[in-house]
Design a protein around this ligand. Structure first.
Ligand SMILES: [Ca+2]
Ligand SMILES: [Ca+2]
Length: 286
């Protein structure tokens, strides 16, 4: 009987592992990093990257609160952000990408940063909110979307497009995906960026990057979530909640954006290192 119980325990644990290795319902092709901000994936000031090797460092005092999927981080607009590192090999390229996050805010008046990927060469990019005619980032303002890409030095890769209207400052969760491509487009230019809000393509812009086949320049400083980082100081702090942050090394398709938008399951793979710990404990017991 004792052996039977052991077998049952074993079977249950194997079952748990089987569950844990089931494919996530989100798109994983091209996934570089994924910070769920679920309580189980936050250890002290470390926000675990459950997919890649780019654990984030939490700065300030964001709170872990109920999120869109599992838990999320709540930023108070005063000194809170997450240092997501330079994203390793991915951040060292002139590549294509997608950035994705859920956000919840009611702040429609203060300039604030969602993501800031500070590279030295153009094009670099970010997503900011409530800014006014600021280049070098993608802006979401109540009523209008604007794209501002790259500082014009050297080589002048700046450009801007705008369109669509948004109403995301309503205190509800909204899903934002920003894709960067460098294919040649009918409308001209060799860079294309699309923003999807709540699964719908809301704005696209084409840009000429001086003939360079690149969608973004290497990240020469850590990518910041929730603040804009200038040398020696941070500013533009986000006020509200951010959840389920992901980077991909390619532009997601419209269908894939919808797939992620509709995914509500918390990421179910144990944080790295936990599996071997559980196995070790199991062996000891058996
Ligand atoms: Ca979460
Ligand atoms: Ca704070």
């Amino acid at each position: 009987m004792k052996n039977g119980i052991h077998f049952l325990t074993f079977a249950i644990i194997i079952g748990m592992f089987s569950l844990n290795t089931a494919p996530a319902s989100i798109v994983t092709d091209g996934l570089v990093s994924y910070w769920p901000f679920d309580r189980v994936h936050i250890i002290s000031k470390t926000a675990t990257d459950v997919w890649g090797d780019n654990n984030g460092t939490i700065i300030g005092n964001p709170k872990v609160v109920p999120g869109q999927v599992g838990e999320a981080l709540e930023f108070d607009g005063a000194g809170d952000f997450v240092n997501l590192t330079t994203l390793g090999d991915f951040g060292g390229q002139f590549g294509t990408s997608s950035f994705e996050a859920w956000i919840k805010t009611t702040n429609k008046k203060d300039w604030m940063t969602l993501i800031n990927t500070r590279g030295m060469e153009c094009p670099n990019w970010g997503i900011e909110l409530n800014g006014v005619n600021r280049r070098n980032r993608f802006e979401i303002m109540e009523g209008t979307l604007h794209h501002y890409i790259g500082i014009g030095s050297p080589g002048g890769c700046g450009g801007a497009g705008s369109g669509g209207s948004v109403g995301i400052f309503d205190g509800e969760w909204h899903h934002i995906v920003y894709t960067n491509d460098y294919t040649v487009h009918e409308g001209g230019g060799n860079g294309k960026r699309i923003v999807y809000i709540d699964g719908v393509s809301r704005s696209a812009s084409n840009h000429g990057f001086g003939g360079k086949n690149r969608a973004f320049s290497p990240f020469t400083a850590p990518v910041h979530l929730g603040a804009r980082k200038f040398p020696g100081k941070s500013q533009g702090y986000f006020t509200g909640m951010i959840d389920e942050v992901r980077f991909y090394n390619r532009p997601l398709t419209a269908d894939e954006v919808i797939q992620n938008f509709e995914s509500t399951e918390p990421y179910n793979i144990a944080p790295k290192g936990k599996l071997s710990t559980v196995w070790g404990a199991l062996k000891t017991k058996l």
